[in-house]
Design a binder for this molecule. Structure first.
Ligand code: SF4
Length: 219
């Protein structure tokens, strides 16, 4: 496992590689971000952005999602996986935002997770990106990279990964670390073919070292 100094070194290097890492879901207010994140489950940000480009012209406020039938909303997002369920959740969360939160997206993570289709990861993204609250949302990239590097244990649950990162990374760096780990996992330390040969972290990385021993790191 990496010690704190080594973790700091890794995060610095990752920051050098992806200095402009940020949320890739296009949105112009917290509500659009909630909808975009709700649509993004098991689906790429690029596809979500293609759909929301027109969706957000038609639907601007929670009321707009309730002014159409479920079938119409489903049609409008049908190129996205799990669209039937996602449309239901978007209508339900719109209703809750109007009835329970006066039409505004709640700023508190514990309130956000009460919205249908909004889990802990989504809530962390929303508080961090929309409201500037330090948070680390653990998605598949964050989890994989943290485990490969040895910041977390292989057997850790998603929640344990989040808690370990919160313990080992200074609070003021949580949000930026979250975005950088996502970019690093998405574009460099990919699930199927991590680019270990040109990785500045190879000498420290337990997964990279394992792959090197097996002759899988081709220079
Ligand atoms: S050495 Fe390989 S597995 Fe380790 S962080 Fe770099 S790309 Fe990922």
């Amino acid at each position: 496992m990496l010690n704190l100094k080594q973790i700091e070194f890794c995060l610095e290097k990752i920051g050098d590689m992806f200095p402009h890492a940020e949320c890739e879901l296009v949105h112009s207010n917290p509500f659009e971000l909630v909808v975009a994140v709700a649509l993004s489950a098991q689906c790429t940000d690029a596809l979500v952005n293609r759909v929301t480009k027109t969706l957000f012209q038609k639907y601007k406020r929670p009321e707009d999602y309730l002014a159409v039938s479920l079938e119409e909303l489903q049609q409008d997002i049908k190129s996205i996986g799990l669209y039937r369920n996602k449309a239901k959740n978007i209508q339900k969360l719109s209703e809750m935002i109007i009835e329970d939160y006066g039409g505004e997206v709640p700023k508190d993570r514990d309130e956000l997770v009460k919205l249908p289709g909004v889990g802990r990861k989504t809530a962390n993204v929303v508080v961090s990106v929309a409201f500037g609250v330090p948070a680390i949302a653990v998605d598949t990239h964050v989890e994989r990279v943290s485990k490969r590097l040895g910041i977390c244990r292989w057997k850790d649950s998603v929640l344990e990964v989040e808690k370990t990162l919160m313990r080992k990374v200074p609070k003021e760096d949580w949000s930026v670390t979250h975005h950088r780990l996502i970019f690093f996992g998405r574009y460099h330390c990919k699930a199927q073919s991590p680019r270990c040969a040109e990785c500045p972290l190879l000498s420290l990385c337990r997964e990279g070292q394992k792959r090197e021993k097996k002759g899988l790191v081709k220079r």
